[in-house]
Design a protein around this ligand. Structure first.
Ligand SMILES: [Zn+2]
Length: 152
């Protein structure tokens, strides 16, 4: 098993459970994804998390409950074997803020590992370059696109 899972095929082989969670904060419907089925449809080399210039399969998923298009991918801990993620760590989130900086417009990613979260953050910055994007763990801000812009 690779140390870091990057593709759907690797996740499927590792027996990882993946959930799709509705993007709508009021809904947050979640369902287990049948990885084998998704791999059959989109291919095993499809990345687990969205990357720049690529239409991610999660964007084509529609919430069965509220019909909102696009779902978040949540990677669950494997049920047996070596845990891939520290059990005690809380999730990293990539957030898009309103222009006033006081409220969260959207949660763009919700992941367990920092490298994946950082990749998602970079992708979010590229995609939404006019937006205020932060990468954080709880209230702790790890990266902030407005702060990054001020840096030389
Ligand atoms: Zn929904």
């Amino acid at each position: 098993m690779p140390a870091i899972l990057t593709t759907l095929g690797e996740a499927a082989r590792a027996g990882i459970e993946i959930k799709a969670i509705c993007r709508k904060p009021e809904c947050r419907y979640s369902q287990k994804i049948n990885l084998a089925e998704v791999v059959q449809h989109v291919g095993g080399i499809q990345p687990l998390v969205p990357v720049k210039w690529q239409k991610h399969f999660s964007e084509r998923m529609r919430c069965p409950a509220c019909k909102t298009l696009g779902m978040y991918i949540w990677v669950d801990l494997p049920s047996e074997g070596h845990p891939l993620y520290p059990l005690t760590s809380s999730a990293f989130r990539v957030l898009e803020w309103s222009q006033t900086g006081r409220s969260i417009d959207r949660e763009l990613a919700l992941v367990h590992t920092l490298p994946v979260a950082q990749a998602a953050y970079r992708a979010a910055r590229e995609l939404y370059h006019t937006s205020h994007i932060t990468l954080q763990q709880g209230a702790r801000v790890i990266s902030d696109s407005w702060e990054d812009q001020k840096a030389p």
